[in-house]
Design a protein around this ligand. Structure first.
Ligand code: ARG
Length: 455
């Protein structure tokens, strides 16, 4: 393809380091789509004949079907997907194929292919996240009134509901989804027609190819068009944050499914046994979900490092962009699918959740708030009185609601019977009616809002 000025072929090691066909064949469909749009535009502008364009466009469909059926033989000597496709096209349609690369370079070609590929993965991520959010909403709906402990520092803090906890993840994954939506809108411009770096002297129509490929507009600067990989970086950054969220629920599932917690039962479909300990049921899928963020972050850091300090415009360094993005995309899509299945299947266990919710004087704040509300005590004093009552209960090995009224009055004489109404965990969660709070009424309103918007 570029042999004109060379008298010897490349060294075998040169071929090994140079070739990208081992992985960029993943973009075959996008490469052919881009070339078909380019050929149609060249003909529309009278740069090539209609009959050549027709031969090229039909030949490219034949190449695509050969690739998709596995009949295509990829060659490392032909470096990459672009030259593999073009060589095969030449074999199929003859000299007309030689006109396809008019007013184009592999630099704008690869930028176009890769953008199309990444755009497709952004769409897949958006769809996968919607499905995941729906699974969380369904869990929230089923357990909107189910009490469980809310933690800070992984110490029981205040009672919350299962529904509230599930809906926290809906908010997190909704932000992830919006990051992909934003990035998609920003990246949806066409580099095609930037040619090698400076544009071209042929009278091309960049609007036409942009339109045919579903881009909003052509990129406005040809140097930027061939040297930009922000779209890949934004994709990876969005994947990283999403994978971070996945690792957090994964970690909770590992903890919650342990015999010490028994908060949830993970379905057999997403668990494994031990080859030596017959009693074991391990949360392997959750552990792998917790781990995937490692390689996804690795991909982001790798590409940031590859791009750092690159002078304009194209440099071959940029060929190293693809494996990082391919691996991260595969990891994220698999993670989203696995997590969606696990969340849909898992069963919360109400009894251990309730028991744990009531443990560790989790309604102490309710008591302090009640002292403020009912007795008009300053919060600092209420905090002190409550602390004294917690100490008394702790010394006697009982929970707060098990202290008698006389015992409470020995600390604060004006406490009355009504105090017991705020001490149970159900009373506690029902009272947190502030916007975004854990009261079932609040959580149900959020569920309804998301149900509507996820339709
Ligand atoms: N395989 C190359 C890549 O992925 C295609 C672009 C090659 N361009 C060049 N000027 N050698 O980046």
């Amino acid at each position: 393809m570029w042999g004109g000025r060379f008298s010897a072929g490349p060294d075998a090691i040169m071929e090994a380091i140079n070739a990208s066909i081992g992985y960029d064949q993943k973009m075959a469909r996008q490469d052919i789509e881009g070339s078909r749009a380019h050929a149609a535009m060249l003909a529309a502008r009278g740069i090539i004949s209609d009959s050549d364009a027709r031969a090229i466009r039909e030949g490219l469909l034949t190449v695509l079907s050969e690739i998709e059926t596995g009949a295509f033989e990829f060659s490392a000597a032909l470096e990459d997907i672009h030259m593999n496709v073009e060589a095969r096209l030449t074999a199929l349609v003859g000299p007309a194929a030689g006109r396809l690369h008019t007013a184009r370079s592999r630099n704008d070609q690869v930028a176009t292919d890769f953008r199309l590929w990444v755009r497709g993965q952004m769409d897949a991520a958006i769809e996968g996240l919607s499905a995941l959010m729906q699974a969380f909403v369904a869990q929230a709906e089923a357990g909107a009134d189910m009490v469980m402990p809310g933690f800070t520092h992984l110490q029981v803090a205040q009672p919350v509901t299962w529904g509230h906890h599930m809906m926290a993840y809906v908010e997190m994954f909704a932000r992830d989804r919006s990051r992909f939506i934003d990035a998609r809108a920003r990246m949806n411009e066409s580099p095609l027609g930037a040619a090698a770096l400076a544009g071209t002297s042929f009278p091309i129509d960049r609007e036409m190819t942009a339109d045919a490929l579903g881009f909003e507009r052509p990129m406005a600067n040809s140097l930027d068009a061939v040297s930009d990989r922000d779209f890949a970086l934004e994709f990876l950054a969005s994947c990283s944050i999403c994978a971070t969220h996945i690792s957090r629920i994964a970690e909770e599932l590992v903890i919650w499914s342990s015999a010490q917690f028994r908060f949830v039962t993970i379905s057999d479909r997403f668990s494994t046994g031990s080859s030596i300990m017959p009693q074991k049921k391990n949360p392997d899928a959750a552990e792998l979900l917790r781990a995937k963020v490692g390689r996804i972050n690795g991909s982001l850091i790798a590409l940031l490092t590859i791009m750092k300090g690159l002078p304009l415009a194209y440099s071959k360094d940029m060929q190293e962009d693809k494996e990082q993005v391919f691996d991260a995309a595969d990891s994220l899509m698999l993670s989203l699918a696995a997590l969606t299945g696990m969340v849909a299947d898992m069963r919360p266990n109400p009894a251990p959740l309730r028991l744990a919710a009531a443990s560790g004087f989790s309604t102490a704040t309710d008591l302090a708030d009640w002292l403020v509300r009912a007795l008009n005590m300053p919060f600092r004093d209420a905090h002190h009185v409550t602390g004294a009552l917690v100490k008394m209960a702790e010394d006697q090995g009982v929970d707060l609601h098990e202290l008698s009224l006389a015992q409470m009055q020995s600390v604060e004489p004006s406490i009355g019977e009504a105090v017991y109404e705020v001490l149970g965990v159900d009373n506690s969660v029902a009272s947190r009616t502030s916007y975004g709070g854990t009261a079932p009424a609040q959580v149900k309103a959020q569920i309804a809002r998301w149900r509507e918007s996820l339709k």
